[in-house]
Design a protein around this ligand. Structure first.
Ligand code: ATP
Length: 419
């Protein structure tokens, strides 16, 4: 199939002990840079998948052509670079057109793809594709390969990743340069620096070849950002990615649709005041529009978001989004963000005596008496509440708790000349 545009999909080549699938793609993209038809794609798949190693990233390259000899060269390079420890299933898919599999690709970001669905899709793309597995029979990595190749780009950001040659040294971190770069390029770049704790966010901490990654809206600004950091690394690559787009979030009508391993957004009434449990995590009881109960948990690690969740009150109408826990008996959402849609502004309480200001005692339903002054009152006291959460503002985790797919509040996509 020489001379036809060709897709290369790669997934699952890393492990907890090292490697990085973006590095494998960056090496191939440099090798075939004259034939690249678009930026290499870095597609983040469902972040709730329990068998991911880290960020559930899958990679794809679109080239103008590849000879049979080059197909073999690509396959041996990818298979040699792939780590084979653990439960990984390093996979490579080479595809010459054929029917697009966009539904599969979107499902891989938002839901779970079953083995059966993978097999059916492989049958469909079989005549125009070839695949290679590092471990015979271990084909799960092909899910990521198909998803990355077929990803529909309704929204996109970019990440410039620079690689280090020697992984045995600690990464040098240039805190002040990152801060300077952030102040000159944000919000066109984002997630560079956590100003609350004074730490750069562009450096990973694992045993992988990534030196740093700058995320943002415009590849030209990412390159300027790299220069501001004085990068001397010989290998760097700009990837087109779905990071920062919230593509993983599915809006649902009620808790009945909050399936495990999905990230859902749900509007619900707060049924109980926040409970702060051991570790500082916040648990909020909710009821959806059909009256079905559920809960949201805001972990201490989410920083700002955890602090805002403490100030939510019974009676508030909220929008909450986050990953659904795989629990059969209850619907629990691990909160990634919240909006206060309609705050509860009144609070009812046992009335106080107008003379001695002590709380009155209930004598029977809705009637109260002050035992000391013998004054009676009917009905509970209604107080106006002043709330310190701004309605309709998006509250999110602190910068250091931000995950790849989460969309920074206020992010405004810009179009680049390449699109
Ligand atoms: P990276 O470190 O490159 O960011 P990762 O190491 O966290 O990613 P992978 O090593 O790619 O994740 O492992 C994830 C595995 O799960 C891959 O085999 C991938 O094909 C598979 N997978 C990803 N998304 C889904 C999904 N929605 N349904 C089923 N399997 C999936």
């Amino acid at each position: 199939m020489c001379g036809l545009p060709v897709w290369i999909g790669i997934d699952d080549t890393d492990s907890y002990y090292g490697g990085c699938t973006t590095w494998v793609a960056a090496e191939l993209a440099s090798r075939f840079k004259d034939r690249l038809l678009d930026f290499p794609y870095l597609v983040r798949l469902n972040p709730e998948i329990p068998w991911k190693t880290r960020g559930n990233g899958a990679l794809a390259l679109k080239l103008s052509s590849l000879t049979d000899e080059e197909v073999k060269e690509v396959a041996s390079f990818v298979m040699a670079a792939a780590r084979d420890e653990g439960k990984s299933s390093p996979s490579l898919l080479i595809s010459w057109g054929g029917e697009r599999q966009e539904r599969f690709a979107v499902k891989a970001v938002r839901d779970v793809i079953t083995k059966r669905e993978l097999e059916r899709t492989l049958e469909k793309i079989g005549p125009t594709s070839r695949y290679f597995l590092k471990k015979p029979g271990k084909s799960r990595g092909l899910i990521g390969c198909i998803a990355a190749i077929n990803h529909p780009w309704s929204d996109a950001t970019y990440e410039l990743i620079a690689y280090r040659e020697n992984q045995s040294y600690e990464r040098p971190e240039f805190r002040d340069d990152v801060l300077w770069m952030d102040s000159l390029t944000a919000p066109v770049t984002f997630a560079n620096f956590d100003r609350e704790i004074g730490k750069p966010l562009i450096y990973p901490h694992g045993p992988d070849p990534v030196l740093f990654g700058i995320r943002g809206e415009d590849p030209r600004v990412l390159k300027a950002g790299m220069m501001m950091l004085g990068n001397s690394s010989s290998l760097w690559m700009v990837f087109k990615t779905n990071q920062g787009t919230n593509e993983h979030v599915v809006a649902v009508n009620g808790f009945a649709e909050a399936y495990p391993y999905r990230t859902v957004s749900i509007d619900a009434r707060v049924a109980s005041n926040p409970a702060i449990v051991s570790g500082g995590h916040v648990v909020i009881g909710l009821v959806d529009r059909h009256g079905s109960p559920g809960q949201a948990v805001f972990y201490r690690q989410t920083g700002n978001l955890n602090h805002v969740a403490r100030r939510i009150m019974k009676g508030d109408l909220v929008r909450i989004w986050g990953g659904v826990r795989p629990e059969a008996e209850r619907k629990v959402i691990n909160g990634q963000g919240l909006v206060l849609i309609a705050p509860n502004t009144t609070y009812e309480e046992v009335p106080s005596c107008p003379f001695c200001h002590r709380k009155m005692r209930e004598i029977n339903a809705g009637r109260y008496i002050c035992d000391r002054c013998k004054v009676e009152a009917v009905g509970r006291a209604r107080l106006q509440l002043k709330r310190d959460i701004v309605p309709n503002r998006i509250y999110q985790p602190s910068a250091s708790a931000f995950k790849h797919l989460m969309k920074p509040a206020g992010r405004r996509p810009i179009r680049t000349p390449q699109e």
